[in-house]
Design a protein. Structure first.
Length: 1029
């Protein structure tokens, strides 16, 4: 009987084993198929995204790094953009000036083209600046000879294959423009090496004499004297001696070749900087690259006391950036490798760390596919490459979170199969990863509020990348973890789970490493080699068992004992609160008051590090020359009045190349009626009273001139005894007879109906880099024009005013100031909403936002101390700081919320440190390492992003551990205080709908466990019980 029973039990065991094996095999097959399928899909998507032969669009080019920096869609940018389209239509012949069928721009372009093909241009493209290291004055014979020698060695020693990049076809065909060459011209010599002290003294005497005329403004670029005559005077400048304007040598020397302090007064004879302009062409990248690599890349060359201090080669800086920015992707890749090593040590598996890295790479490929092919964005700015850095840190954090929860779930549920373990792990990890991913992506998407195309498109691509990383981290990565665990189990387990469950009194299965042989068994050489490889590859920490024990003890002591003691011992949390409040206030002062996050002081966009030789000219040298600061180089602001075209931008704001089309105002009809003439007359009178009026109104006030002339006793014949307002024929005849400038009236090609009128006049305001000065100017002309147009007759009422030169800096500065604040407010608002929905506790959410504000204030203050200014990258960084700074605070806030002992703040704080602290530290460490790896880069955006990541991670960890947790330790919520009970609210609403009659007896609502109402039940394995429910 017993034997028969045992036989039946054995059959049941075998049947259960077969069923479990079949079920496990089915799960394995599904997991393998999903893994291969996702892998294949990503590979195919990558091929179709990057290979042109498969229909992929061309790869992005970064030859114009500033492309997409122009604002689109703002009130001012719409007007400037419309002016651009008007010029484009006129130059292309789509709009033709009334009475003229000749396109002036065509002849201008032809002349320019012909001039550019001629030899020995005055406008050369290679500029090098020198200074003297031996003496304080560069204007000596020896120094000038050394300068010529050094310039020749650098600029004219390239191999013959580069000759076509010089004007004239060779380096010797055209002379360079330098002080040494200028001295030879005054001395009738041919070589710079042959000059002597007398030649230099003679040239210096001429410079001293002529500098007085230059400083007074009488010697200008219009002065010329082709034939040098003794005691002669200059053409167009009768007060200037001929020698001062001969071939414009003195003017060019003072303006372009010597520093602004040279001969500023008769006593300032010291020359500090001298520039040499070489006869190289604009598109000479190969020549400039050869010179840069061989002479100027690492250190500036020096010869006999004369040293190069800066250079500028046409568009070379932008062309070089296009090549270097792709080469330096190696730094984000290096960061990914270091993060992979950290994950290897944390997960004790090289295979899983490689899977996590592949997940991050796949996320970038899929994001590019969605961005380019699915959503069809044509513009891919170089800022989008920076997304790799962000997804490396965020992807690593997600991998740590999931594997930590999976490991905890496996420990708490040793009898569950892998599919059940994976489902339970995802139940908690997916929500945690979603919350952090959503807040970070929301911070990126907040950049869509910007009006600058490059910032807007970066926000879209980065947001897509973060969400794609999240999707892969909850699909492909968990499947790989499950397959990896199955592989380990098959190596480890020697008995089935069913036998263990049946014979409960039998000894437990010994947990052995999968490469350890059974007792009494011998390892084959092949098995031994295989196991050794697996040990080294998948479990490096087990080769040094003491290291794991040491780190575990340190982690346990630090997060369970030391950190809580630093909060509660002698009520240190009060000191921490005061300290971090003061820190926030101090850094806020640095950010907002002094020195403050200012707008840029230079117009040139910096692309390389400040220590790079290629940036020295723009950063430190250019400002010392007169041409960079002279008002003649920065002309007066030209004001334009437009009728007949609406100031709208109907192009694609996400594509800088899509400018749209002109939108004509069909109500415009310039008949110059009596009312129109009266209004234009009053318009001119008002204009003359304005502070920005320069005294010249162009064609605007022709009516006023005709009116004044026809009111005189000796009237022009065209007046014909007519009185103001005049008939149309009188106006036309008088404009011709008096030689008055006409209004620019245009009609479309092939259609003689007038569509647009354009009137331009100069102001007395010079263009400036100063935002406040340009802001005052724009507001003055805008408010004045609005007042005037409001009084205009119907045909002129829809006119508008604009100034094209405002686009150079002012329009960008205006957007950066306004859009940065808007993006930050949106990001902070989204962070508060997510935090509130996650914890369902108002106090914790408020403390979190206060902590985030402190992190942002200290981060921005630190960046200000590092010399940052508010340009495009900084605008992006400030909004992204919100998303990156909330993650750690959110983890601690949720852990505090889910603490088992809800009545004791001390226990809740300690519980948060114990269960979230290690994961937060690992995320901080790996992301900080990512930023640190970026520091050796030459491209400025990589360096700045590395600085930002390190600073924000440092302060995020400090504030979340000591500021946020101190607030909770001091006045944190206990019990259900400030808790939003969603379930109870819904039940009460349901009761009100079911029993609307107040007379009916109401059932007493059941108590609700508010711990189950949080949208984020558990994170980072913070409660053992949660994985067994």
């Amino acid at each position: 009987m017993v034997a028969k029973k045992l036989s039946g039990m054995t059959e049941n065991i075998e049947q259960n084993n077969n069923q479990q094996k079949a079920r496990g095999l089915a799960h394995d097959v599904i997991a393998v198929v999903l893994t291969i399928l996702i892998f294949a899909v990503v590979i195919m998507v990558g091929l179709f995204s990057f290979l042109p032969s498969l229909g992929a669009p061309p790869l992005p080019s970064f030859q114009k790094p500033t492309k997409g920096f122009d604002p689109r869609g703002t009130f001012l940018s719409n007007r400037i953009h419309t002016l651009y389209l008007i010029d484009k239509y006129i130059n292309s012949g789509l709009l033709i000036e009334q009475g003229s069928n000749v396109r002036r721009s065509v002849s201008v372009r032809k002349r320019r083209s012909n001039n550019e093909n001629s030899e020995c241009q005055e406008t050369f493209r290679g500029r090098i600046v020198f200074t003297s290291t031996k003496s304080s004055n560069l204007m000596t014979t020896e120094n000038l000879k050394s300068l010529c020698h050094l310039e020749k060695k650098i600029m004219k020693s390239a191999p013959p294959s580069y000759d076509n990049f010089y004007f004239g076809g060779s380096p010797s065909s055209c002379q360079s423009h330098s002080l040494g060459v200028i001295v030879t011209q005054f001395s009738n010599k041919t070589k710079c090496e042959s000059i002597d002290d007398n030649d230099v003294r003679k040239a210096m005497d001429i410079f001293e004499m002529c500098s007085a005329f230059y400083n007074k403004g009488t010697l200008n670029k219009s002065c010329d004297c082709k034939n040098l005559k003794r005691n002669g005077v200059s053409d167009n400048c009768p007060t200037v001696p001929c020698v001062c304007s001969w071939k414009k040598i003195v003017y060019n020397t003072m303006m372009y070749f010597t520093d602004s302090e040279f001969l500023k007064t008769p006593d300032q004879k010291k020359l500090t900087y001298a520039a040499v302009v070489t006869p190289t062409k604009y598109n000479a990248f190969e020549l400039y690259k050869y010179i840069y690599d061989n002479h100027l890349k690492s250190v500036f060359p020096e010869f006999n006391g004369v040293k190069v201090v800066g250079f500028h080669f046409a568009n070379f800086r932008f062309d070089l950036f296009n090549a270097v920015v792709l080469q330096e992707v190696k730094y984000p890749i290096s960061a990914m490798i270091l993060v992979a090593i950290c994950m290897w040590l944390f997960m004790e598996s090289l295979i899983l760390s490689l899977c996590a890295v592949l997940t991050i790479g796949f996320a970038f490929v899929l994001s590019y596919f969605f961005y380019i092919l699915v959503y069809g964005f044509a513009f891919f700015p170089f800022f989008n490459l920076l997304t790799v850095i962000f997804i490396v840190g965020i992807g690593a954090d997600d991998a740590f979170v999931y594997y930590d929860i999976f490991r905890k779930t496996k420990s708490d549920n040793p009898k569950d199969n892998l599919l059940t373990l994976t489902v339970k792990s995802l139940k908690h990890a997916a929500i945690s990863m979603f919350v952090t991913s959503f807040t970070t992506s929301a911070a990126f998407f907040a950049n869509m509020s910007s009006h600058i195309t490059a910032i807007k498109t970066f926000g879209i691509f980065a947001g897509i990348s973060i969400l794609t990383t999240f999707l892969l981290m909850i699909t492909w990565f968990p499947i790989n973890v499950m397959l990896h665990e199955r592989w380990i189990q098959r190596q480890n387990l020697k008995k089935s789970f069913s036998e263990e469950r049946l014979f409960e009194d039998s000894p437990k299965i010994k947990e052995t490493h999968y490469c350890e042989p059974e007792t009494g068994e011998q390892e084959s050489p092949k098995q031994s080699l295989c196991c050794m490889i697996f040990r080294a590859m998948d479990f490096p920490c087990r080769l040094v068992p003491m290291s794991k024990t040491l780190f575990s003890k340190l982690s346990e002591n630090f997060f369970e004992s030391w950190l809580p003691s630093m909060i509660f011992k002698k009520k240190l949390y009060l000191l921490w609160i005061i300290f971090f409040a003061g820190l926030t206030g101090g850094f806020s002062y640095l950010s907002l008051v002094s020195p403050g996050l200012h707008l840029p002081k230079i117009t040139d966009f910096q692309m390389f590090s400040s220590s790079s030789t290629i940036e020295q000219y723009n950063l430190h040298i250019k400002q010392h020359f007169r041409y960079a600061n002279d008002v003649s180089v920065n002309p007066k602001m030209e004001i334009e009045l437009i009728w007949g075209v609406k100031p709208v931008d109907n192009g694609n704001y996400l594509d800088p190349d899509d400018k749209g089309t002109l939108d004509y105002d069909h109500s415009f009809n310039p008949k110059f009626t009596s009312d129109s003439q009266i209004w234009l007359s009053s318009f001119c009178k008002s204009l003359r009273k304005q502070v920005f009026y320069s005294g010249r109104s162009g064609s605007l006030c022709s009516f006023e001139t005709i009116r004044n002339r026809c009111s005189q006793s000796r009237k022009p014949l065209c007046c014909k005894n007519a009185t103001f307002p005049f008939p149309k024929d009188i106006i036309e005849n008088c404009m011709t007879e008096l030689g008055l400038p006409r209004h620019d009236i245009y009609h479309p090609r092939g259609n003689n109906n007038t569509k647009m009128m354009r009137i331009s006049f100069s102001s007395n305001v010079h263009w400036s880099k100063d935002y406040n000065e340009m802001d005052t100017f724009w507001k003055q002309i805008f408010h004045w024009s609005n007042e005037q147009f409001s009084q205009a007759p119907p045909e002129f009422k829809n006119g508008w005013i604009a100034c094209e030169r405002l686009h150079l800096m002012y329009s960008i500065q205006e957007c950066l100031l306004k859009d940065t604040v808007t993006s930050m407010m949106i990001a902070i608002g989204m962070a508060f909403v997510v935090m509130l929905l996650t914890t369902l506790n108002v106090l914790i959410s408020i403390y979190a936002i206060v902590t985030i504000i402190g992190i942002i204030a200290t981060t921005v203050g630190s960046l200000v101390l590092l010399g940052w200014e508010l340009v495009v990258l900084e605008s992006i960084v400030l909004s992204v700081a919100v998303g990156l700074s909330i993650d750690f605070t959110m983890h601690y806030g949720v852990a505090y919320r889910l603490s088992p002992n809800r009545e004791d703040r001390k226990d809740r704080v300690r519980y948060s440190f114990m269960h979230v602290g290690p994961a937060v530290f690992m995320a901080t460490f790996t992301t900080f390492i990512t930023g640190l790896v970026m520091m050796p880069a030459d491209v400025l955006v990589y360096i700045q992003l590395g600085q930002f990541i390190m600073i924000v991670m440092f302060f995020s960890w400090l504030f979340s551990n000591f500021a946020f947790m101190s607030l909770n330790a001091f006045i944190g919520p206990t019990g259900n205080f400030a808790q939003l009970n969603v379930i109870e609210f819904c039940e009460r609403k349901k009761e009100l709908q079911i029993i609307p009659d107040e007379k009916k007896p109401k059932e007493k609502s059941k108590p609700v466990d508010t711990a189950k109402t949080s949208l984020l039940p558990k994170t980072h394995g913070i409660e053992n019980k949660s994985y067994t429910d």
